[in-house]
Design a protein around this ligand. Structure first.
Ligand code: MZP
Length: 506
């Protein structure tokens, strides 16, 4: 007969943290958010750490090049999705590794003979207000000028006018020449009081742009996740079907960490992959496994001695319908609490610490905080990043509000049938485990993380914790009744406007 667990499957919203002593000497700007990404042995630290405990999901609508760059600049790591050809995944990894901090390829460009109407459309589609003008309208074309939304008046000027009549021509533009250092480029911006500096090749073609806002951003977030050669770090997802070809190519491209993208990692397919990877690439390779939702699943992967970190979570993802479709999964809080307890016991028994990642279903900042308090070393998120400017999808306007498409890897659209067909003879997708949806656009990765990380640090202060290890160790958690959940929101008052955005709890 089936075995019945005593506990109910629970999620993050059902718990609260009890404050501990906040110390007088604590400073919010000195709180350490670094987290291990690889296992550590007695007497040594992890081989690879991240500077903030946040990783982006292995998903087509999430982890592309721009997002990977933006997140690594903030101290986190992206897992570039593997539901694409090996060549295109390798190209994405290479492009992140080749990224020169501060030098951005120009994403929106226009020809001089285009009209102001064309320009307005481009500005609206791209969200950019500064557009380089190149002879052929391409990002590498001969540079002829720069036009911004300050150079014309939408309701005064004739919108059939040409861009060339309104742009600042090249002779009047301050620009840099390829090879200039970022420091020199920023000095030019500062000295000339400019917001954007085009970088041109020796023969006058557009090469990149440098923005004042990126400089300011860097000063505010100095936690960039860099490798020993000062390149941004990037991770890559792999599957259990083509790792023999995919992994060597990803390693050659410079991927810093790999992880299996599987909805159910408690499988012999994943173990075969881990064995092969360690045989081929040894201990240096950072490789994550999962997903699991039980101590038994953790023991299977951890006990092999082959895995660096383990992802926890099945069916909690915002676009996921696995639990509905197959009756498989577990409330994310219950899964995490059980696996975290097992991870700690395993550490006591062996001295080996295996970081765990809470993957999926984090509906808001409070749940991110709760996942870390409950024992996750870091979290993996899809929806959170799909909502940002840097996710790899086009914005669309619906009833005046900007949205981005977001779809699961278990949808027909993602055509990632490998992930969901372990052990099945046919790889044809028989049913979907995810949905195709839209999410509101919330701003840049930097803006989103600024709020999230500030809230995390505030809660750490409430618990008297200076780092994430202390946060986990000091956390005292209580389960809440339905009535306390109601009480947690505002009660018996009238609310005007959008004041929930201002985190009234503080
Ligand atoms: P979320 O952050 O959007 O709530 O969840 C993202 C996570 O959902 C991913 O990291 C992955 O584990 C999971 N996922 C991705 N696609 C599907 C699906 O199509 C899915 N079912 O469950």
């Amino acid at each position: 007969m089936a075995r019945m667990l005593d506990d109910t499957s629970r999620t993050f919203g059902e718990y609260l943290l009890i404050p501990r002593l906040t110390r007088r000497d604590q400073r919010i700007d000195q709180i350490d958010l670094s987290a291990p990404l690889s296992r550590s042995y007695p007497g040594s630290g992890p081989g690879l750490s991240i500077n903030i405990p946040i990783v982006s999901a292995c998903m087509q609508a999430v982890s592309g090049t721009d997002l990977a760059v933006a997140l690594a600049r903030q101290g986190g790591l992206s897992m570039i999705f593997c539901s694409q050809s090996i060549d295109s995944q390798v190209a994405m990894v290479q492009s992140v590794k080749a990224h020169k901090a501060g030098f951005v390829p120009s994403g929106a460009n226009i020809k001089p003979e285009a009209t102001l109407n064309d320009l307005l459309e481009l500005m609206s589609d791209s969200g950019h207000s500064t557009i380089p003008v190149t002879e052929d309208g391409s990002s590498g074309g001969r540079f002829v000028g720069l036009i911004t939304d300050q150079d014309f008046w939408e309701f005064e000027d004739d919108l059939t006018n040409r861009v060339s009549d309104h742009m600042t021509p090249k002779v009047d533009v301050i620009f840099g020449i390829e090879g200039i250092s970022l420091r020199e480029a920023n000095k030019l911006l500062h000295k000339n009081k400019k917001d954007c500096l085009p970088i041109l090749t020796d023969d006058g073609r557009l090469s990149a742009l440098v923005f004042k806002k990126d400089y300011v951003d860097h000063q505010k977030h100095p936690l960039e996740l860099l490798d020993d050669s000062k390149r941004l770090r990037v991770g890559a997802a792999i599957n259990t079907h083509d790792y023999r070809e995919r992994v060597p190519a990803l390693i050659a491209a410079g991927a810093d960490a790999l992880c299996f993208d599987s909805s159910d990692g408690f499988s012999e397919f994943q173990m075969d992959g881990l064995i092969w990877l360690r045989e081929q690439f040894g201990e240096e390779l950072v490789i994550g496994g999962g997903n699991v939702v039980s101590a038994e699943g953790f023991d299977y992967l951890a006990g092999s001695g082959l895995v660096d970190f383990i992802k926890v979570g099945i069916g909690g993802g915002s676009i996921c319908i696995t639990r509905e479709q197959k009756g498989v999964g577990r409330g994310q809080a219950s899964a995490l609490l059980e696996v975290a307890a097992r991870r700690d016991a395993y550490f006591k028994e062996t001295g080996i610490y295996i970081p765990i990642c809470s993957d999926g279903g984090l509906a808001n900042d409070t749940q991110i905080v709760m996942a870390l308090a409950m024992g996750a070393d870091f979290v993996m998120m899809g929806r959170y990043f799909a909502m940002t400017e840097e996710s790899p999808t086009a914005k669309i306007s619906i009833n005046g509000q900007m949205y981005k498409p977001y779809w699961g890897e278990g949808t027909v659209r993602a055509q990632n049938w490998q992930r969901y067909s372990e052990g099945m003879e046919s790889r044809k997708m028989m049913f979907e485990e995810g949905v195709d949806a839209f999410v509101p656009l919330v701003g840049t990765v930097s803006e989103a993380l600024q709020t999230t990380l500030y809230k995390l640090k505030s809660t750490m202060m409430n618990l008297g914790a200076d780092d994430l290890t202390a946060f986990k160790d000091q956390a005292v958690i209580t389960q809440v009744s339905e009535q306390s959940i109601v009480e947690a929101g505002t009660t018996n008052v009238f609310k005007f406007g959008r004041n929930r955005d201002l985190d009234e709890s503080d």
